[in-house]
Design a protein around this ligand. Structure first.
Ligand code: GLA
Length: 396
């Protein structure tokens, strides 16, 4: 891992001594199940072979001192574990402060550390670089405690940090995938019970990510609006169907059909997306289990149509990226991944077509938009953990 060399060298430069411990946490790509996590539904992400890595040494006091190596000129934050306010300026610092705050709220006793981190997860691409930072910080802080919590609780703690310290009302998927991802497979998460099953991808296909390099302004507010629409739809459907609906997960397609005409158009569309998307995750799991890559890809493409038309979460650049991808030989499915309104697409591509796919999609997208995209294959990887300092190997 080349970023590990940078990390260790920079840590030595800053602190004048070698680090004691190194933690890593991966970014994620969601294969299918978009905007379903906060509706208590199903998602199927992979953790990817790109990480946030953090090096640390224990301190003798209660302070956390952490340097962000990727910020030009680097930035350092120092805070006291006894009193963790919101950082007024550094957004990245709030991910770490929030994690420390909510770990302590879970009665995890923490001690001070000196730390530094770097990352090769592209940021702003919808690959959850911020969730990876949260989970990496939690993994490191837990390496210094006598009472660690489980990876699922880590995911919940990190989600709380994101929701309340950073202010993005995200669901649990990103942090969960980063904490619990499986090498060589996707995980299908039930976002209500917070349990998961491992789903091996069909043989002979690769996952390719294509970042449009365009993030829509106000994407955060679109996201929070969609969440609210889903909550409103659940309340209305409770009244219309005369049953308790805690989340859209509780509405069957048949029930939706019977009530659809009484819903305002936007809520009807959001609900239709969530219900059909949950069904697509179930179908995709079955397709993967019978090694049916073609069906898996079709479901991904149907997901894109639903996200574009019903959830209205696509963007002109995402639509162009998907359109170009779908025309390429060996592309079985293509869709936006993550929140949408910009960021990346995820593509299922036959192994033998993968190299040409990457080149052609990058070239055609640049020609049509004037923007150079980032297109790359990603490998399903293991969730967060500690790295052996001597070997550079991931400790299970
Ligand atoms: C973002 C959020 C996730 C999830 C996706 C949409 O990535 O952080 O919790 O809601 O959008 O599926």
């Amino acid at each position: 891992m080349p970023i590990l060399d940078t990390l260790v060298t920079e840590f030595r430069r800053i602190y004048g001594i070698a680090p004691e411990k190194i933690a890593r946490a991966p970014g994620r790509v969601n294969l299918i199940g978009e905007h379903t996590d906060y509706n208590d539904g199903f998602v199927m992400p992979i953790a990817i072979d790109r990480d946030v890595v953090m090096a640390a040494r224990a301190r003798t006091d209660n302070k956390i001192r952490v340097t962000a190596l990727d910020i030009p000129g680097t930035e350092t934050d120092v805070f006291d574990l006894d009193d963790i306010p919101h950082h007024p300026d550094y957004r990245w610092a709030n991910y770490i402060r929030g994690v420390a705050f909510y770990l302590q709220a879970q009665h995890v006793p923490l001690t001070g550390i000196d730390a530094a981190f770097t990352s090769d997860v592209p940021s702003g691409a919808g690959l959850s670089s911020s969730a990876a930072l949260e989970v990496c910080a939690a993994t490191m802080l837990q390496a210094y405690t006598t009472r660690p919590v489980s990876p699922v609780v880590v995911a919940q703690v990190c989600q709380r940090a994101e929701n309340n310290f950073v202010g993005v009302k995200s669901g649990i998927m990103d942090q969960y995938a980063s904490a619990l991802g499986a090498a060589g497979a996707a995980i299908k998460i039930d976002c209500r019970s917070l349990t998961y099953t491992i789903v091996k991808l069909p043989r002979g296909v690769s996952v390719v990510v294509a970042d449009t390099r365009k993030k829509r302004h106000l994407a955060g507010s679109d996201y929070n609006t969609r969440r609210m629409e889903c909550e409103n739809a659940a309340v209305l459907l409770s009244q219309l169907l005369g049953k308790n609906i805690a989340a859209l997960r509780d509405v069957s397609y048949k029930e939706f059909k019977s009530a659809a005409k009484y819903l305002p158009d936007n809520l009807m569309r959001r609900t239709r997306h969530v219900i059909t998307e949950n069904e697509r995750v179930e179908k995709a799991e079955r397709a993967a289990r019978r090694n049916d890559a073609v069906e898996f890809g079709k479901l991904m493409t149907q997901s894109q149509t639903s996200l574009r038309d019903d959830y209205q979460a696509s963007s002109p650049e995402l639509d162009i990226m998907v359109e170009i991808a779908q025309k390429q030989p060996g592309c079985l499915g293509s869709r936006l991944t993550g929140a949408g309104w910009g960021g990346a697409t995820v593509n299922l591509v036959r192994d033998e077509n993968m190299e040409l796919f990457i080149k052609t999609v990058a070239h055609e997208y640049a020609t049509r938009t004037g923007i150079t995209p980032w297109v790359s294959a990603v490998v399903p990887s293991q969730g967060a953990g500690m790295i052996g300092l001597e070997t550079g190997e991931v400790k299970k």
